[in-house]
Write a protein that binds this ligand. Structure first.
Ligand SMILES: [Zn+2]
Length: 199
C-alpha cells in the first residue's frame, strides 16, 4: 500500500486535486444570492439594466402575471409618461429580459450537468471502494463452517450461527455441528436428532 508512486502518477494525482480545488472555487462563486438575483430578474422580466425596485409585482403576490398596468409600469411602456423613447427603452429592456431568461436556463442546465458528472465520479469511487472491501473480506475470511455461506467471524462460524449456538447455552460444538448439518449414519438415522442444549 505504501509503495512509492512514480512521478507520473504523482503528477496525475496533483492534476486531479487541482481540478477538485478548481471545482470548489467555482462552486463557492455560485451563491444563493446570485441565483436569487437571476430568478428574480427572470420572474419580473427585466434585464441587466436593473428593474424598478419600488414596483416589484411579486410584492402584489401576482408574480409576472400581474395586472397589465403593473406590467406596463415594469416594462416602462408608454402610459402615464409615454413617448417613443420609452418604447425603445421598453424594447431594449425586454431584449435584456430574454437574455437573462436564456442565461438562467443555461446556468440551470450547467448545474444539472455538473451534478450529474460529479455524481458519476463519486459513484465510481464508492463502487471501487465497495468492490475492494468485498474482495478483501473474501480474502481474509473463510466461509462459516456450518452454513458455508456467510463469512466465518467467530470461532469458524458466522455471527448468526454463533449467536444461535450461544443462545442454546453453548453446547458441545461437535454435537451441534452434527445436529446443524442433519448428519446421518450409514443407515440414514440422524446422529443428533434434537437440538443440543448447553448449560
Ligand atoms: Zn453460518
Amino acid at each position: 500500500m505504501a509503495r512509492k508512486l512514480s512521478r507520473r502518477s504523482q503528477q496525475r494525482i496533483a492534476k486531479n486535486m487541482a481540478l477538485i480545488e478548481n471545482i470548489n472555487v467555482l462552486l463557492c462563486s455560485i451563491t444563493e444570492e446570485a441565483i436569487t438575483d437571476f430568478v428574480r430578474r427572470d420572474a419580473i422580466g427585466v434585464g441587466h439594466d436593473g428593474y424598478p425596485s419600488d414596483s416589484m409585482p411579486e410584492h402584489s403576490g401576482g408574480g409576472f402575471a400581474g395586472s397589465s398596468t403593473e406590467s406596463a409600469a415594469l416594462f416602462g411602456l408608454p402610459g402615464a409618461k409615454g413617448g417613443t423613447d420609452d418604447w425603445n427603452k421598453a424594447a431594449q429592456r425586454r431584449g435584456g429580459a430574454d437574455v437573462v431568461r436564456k442565461q438562467l436556463a443555461s446556468i440551470e442546465a450547467s448545474l444539472r450537468n455538473a451534478n450529474k458528472a460529479l455524481r458519476e465520479a463519486a459513484y465510481q469511487i464508492t463502487n471501487l471502494n465497495e468492490k475492494t472491501e468485498k474482495v478483501r473480506n473474501r480474502q481474509t475470511s473463510n466461509p462459516c463452517e456450518l452454513c458455508g455461506i456467510d463469512a466465518a467471524q467467530k470461532s469458524g462460524w458466522c455471527i448468526k450461527d454463533y449467536k444461535e449456538w450461544n443462545a442454546a447455552g453453548r453446547p458441545d460444538r461437535a454435537r451441534w455441528t452434527l445436529w446443524y448439518r442433519q448428519t446421518t449414519n450409514s443407515e440414514g438415522v440422524l446422529l443428533v436428532p434434537d437440538q443440543p442444549q448447553g448449560t
